[in-house]
Design a protein around this ligand. Structure first.
Ligand SMILES: Cc1ncc(COP(=O)(O)O)c(C=O)c1O
Length: 391
């Protein structure tokens, strides 16, 4: 975009960046359903040649995605896990990678079951503790991968401090920003080199597209990821790319409402005698409330706390009966969409983690993870209340 347009607000840019009007005058970026492009000559150097390497729909999306995180480069993938895989593929045997200890289960499986033989040394550590982090750095450490807030305990890593430490050792920092989304946290502005999203979540926002993205400010990493993306070919289809581009246009309004709802519901849960614990970064009782206030901010600079709440129900409440009484809140994995979803990490997302480990982390059978949508907060509260009391 021209310089003047760079000064526009985030919410305006979500609608306009990448969404160019073409020669037909179509007000909305069209979908280019083509796998290949006609070349003018045998030796032409055309912008588009073959859709795995680039297409107008993907280019529009990637321009828009880069803007969301103030990135120099953005790369769209067919899922968050494909984006995650691309990050780890940058490293070679002998390299050491530090990872937040309670990352998304899929990332844990990728590292321990798929990439465990490629001789990159992956190490899980408590990235909320800067002393542990500093002590874990070795001469061959090449990447620190943070997931903040983490799933489902909403622990935070201090992106700015971790990036400062990493920079002194010439180590890259990547951040899985899936749980806050670009409206609530922009890690590159805090010094990270790579941001990863399961765009399946907040950025698509409607629980209807599986996709992922990397936003990158390190030129060397961008070059490697370009090759991995267009050679590996784990790209979204033109239709998914278009759907995502459309969804980002409403990111600000959706997420503002979700965050506002979550603050109301977290307070209600906190005052409810049938709820034994509430974890929400916007409650003063959250052990990293100050860090949340510093690190999570709207594009206009206001503190925001997300739309993910984890809470523990009194053990007298039967979870199956509780779930049966939910109708607008859907029992399902995933998060970040306009429709509220609830899940039980113990038996769902973290089913493969041994009981002892879950207990040590605080993932109990009664802990629920609530992804708050944009329904009216009163309706969500009255449904939760009904489900707790008709048990
Ligand atoms: C924090 C986090 N990272 C990565 C992923 C993987 O994304 P996807 O399901 O789009 O592959 C998820 C999915 O739930 C997630 O929650």
């Amino acid at each position: 975009m021209a310089n003047k347009k760079d000064k526009l607000h985030f919410t305006t840019k979500t609608i306009h960046v990448g969404n160019k009007i073409d020669e037909t005058g179509a007000a909305v970026t069209p979908i280019h359903f083509t796998s290949t492009f006609r070349q003018p000559t045998f030796n032409s150097n055309s912008e588009y040649v073959y859709s795995r390497v680039g297409s107008p729909t993907l280019a529009a999306l990637e321009e828009n995605l880069a803007m969301l995180e103030n990135a120099h480069h953005a790369f769209a993938f067919s899922s968050g896990m494909a984006a995650m895989t691309a990050i780890f593929m940058m490293f070679k045997p002998g390299d050491h990678v530090l990872i937040s200890r309670n990352v998304y289960g899929g990332v844990f499986r990728l590292v321990t079951k798929v990439l465990n033989d490629n001789k990159v040394d992956f190490e899980f550590i408590d990235t909320t503790n800067l002393e542990t982090l500093s002590k874990s750095i070795r001469d061959n450490t090449k990447l620190i991968h943070l997931e903040t807030p983490s799933n489902p305990l909403l622990e935070l890593a201090d992106i700015e401090q971790v990036s400062n430490i990493a920079q002194k050792h010439n180590i890259l920092v990547s951040v899985d920003n899936t749980f806050m989304g670009s409206y609530g946290q922009r890690p590159l502005d805090l010094g990270a080199d790579i941001v990863m999203h399961s765009t399946t979540k907040f950025l698509s926002g409607h629980s209807d597209v599986l996709s992922g993205a990397l936003m990158v400010n390190n030129e060397d990493a961008a070059e490697k990821i370009t090759l991995i993306q267009n050679t590996g070919g784990a790209l979204p289809s033109p239709f998914d790319a278009w759907l995502l581009l459309r969804s980002v246009k409403t990111l600000s309004v959706r997420v503002e409402k979700q965050f506002k709802n979550a603050e109301i519901i977290a307070k209600w849960l906190d005052s409810n005698s049938r709820v034994t614990k509430v974890i929400y970064p916007g409650l003063q009782s959250h052990k990293q409330f100050d860090l949340a206030t510093k690190q999570h901010s709207s594009p206009d600079g206001d503190p925001v706390y997300g739309s993910m709440i984890s809470f523990e129900l009194d053990s007298s409440i039967n979870l199956d009966n509780f779930a049966k009484n939910l109708s607008i809140i859907t029992l399902a994995e995933s998060l970040g969409g306009v429709k509220s979803l609830i899940s039980c990490p113990y038996s769902m997302t973290h089913a493969s983690v041994p009981h002892e480990e879950k207990t040590e982390l605080g993932i109990t059978p009664n802990l629920l993870r609530f992804s708050v949508g944009i329904e009216h907060a009163d309706d969500l509260i009255s449904e939760l209340d009904y489900a707790m009391n008709h048990n």
